[in-house]
Design a protein around this ligand. Sequence first.
Ligand code: NAP
Length: 446
Amino acid sequence: MLDSTLQETYDIVLRRNPGEPEFHQALREVFDSLEVLQDRHPEYKDQGIITRLCEPERQIIFRVPWVDDKGTVQVNRGFRVEYNSALGPYKGGLRFHKSVNLGIVKFLGFEQIFKNSLTGLPIGGGKGGSDFDPHGKSDAEVMRFCQSFMTELHRHIGEYTDVPAGDIGVGAREIGYLFGQFKRLTNRYEAGVLTGKGLDWGGSLVRKEATGYGATIFADEMLKARGESFDGKRVAVSGSGNVAIYAIEKVTQLGGLAVTASDSSGYVVDDKGIDLELLQQIKEVERGRISDYADRRDSATFVSGGSVWDVPVAVALPCATQNELDADAAKTLIGNGVLAVSEGANMPCTPDAVSLFREAGVSFGPGKAANAGGVATSALEMQQNASRDAWTFEYTEKRLTDIMVNIHRTCLETAEEYGRPGDYVVGANVAGFRKVADAMIAFGVI
Ligand code: NAP
């Protein structure tokens, strides 16, 4: 139950944004944490901060026409939600997936505001994407789509305005096509306009690894806070994309045994530990399916459909997509003795699953804290672009690690300060919100 003021605001937002369940879910999760702030900060209410934060500063929806390999005209829908620029230029990825709609982009943009605030770096929140599905498309089709998408998007972005990056379905190939078209249309080599770039043309070392590494480092910090470590522990990872692959790599470096990976067709269990090289060959080079992994590895079994969370583990790293871990999965994980859950993906755990973890004393790292390493390293890429510099892997990874350790500490200290010790959800929401709110107050009503 929310208090009456928050409930009233929440009801208005639901009425103004019908049919957007993921957006409502993301708002509700933050609203639940804000009650602890109300008494200490009446100025937030007086200045209408929550009401203003619920409304994106700008929402852009556009047609993306392109021609497929058969010569047929296709039309997709493009989105960019420039959500909040209190702390810096809008910053957040582009998602290309058939499920993308305005509500999904708004949920991701809303989360991004607080995530970016938690990094301590000067970046606002935004998100974008399209219902274009890159699966099964040729490189030439992906290129034509990206060029058409950027033909509209370029009017709205810039290193001081809005800086997109990758997300589901947008990796190095897509960023290359998008940057190439931006450069062509503007006649400017503005490296800081996109992050996740190739290393030869303005990209940063560690950006590719950053989200997966960061979510695992966050899990490691949560384990340490309870006197544990990854050493010898079995770990379940979902997904087999950018975040999942590098989460698996970091788990292995920290002494854990990552035993699963998945995609939308099912999951593999490998009791000897996921062979990272084989997984990368199949997913990054061949763009194959996760079942191919089991076909080529004796110790692995492929399970079609089913839930990757049925596999007994001590740590769970959901790294695929929103709402992929529900209450039943949480009950199974708790029954199997899970100690920590760190969200590599955005909002992968349903609200019921999160409640069950918190009630059972499982350390739960919400995505806006746990997966902030990706956007933090994007901001480090922007720093390198601005100074026309390129940092070493070791230096950049050290910066990432420090940022993740700092986010973890901030969440714990804030939760303690507001009377909810050990509650990373409250810690992340309150700490992320306060900085944004204070900047908005400083700027006046705009
Ligand atoms: P990605 O490289 O495209 O990989 C996504 C993975 O998730 C794929 O294995 C995909 O399988 C799987 N997946 C997607 N939708 C699914 C569904 N409905 N059911 C089951 N599996 C599904 O994307 P990514 O960059 O790793 O992003 C994964 C998550 O992390 C997203 O929530 C994203 O918002 C979040 N995130 C990413 C970054 C980043 O830096 N990339 C930063 C912060 C947060 P299929 O190939 O079968 O679809």
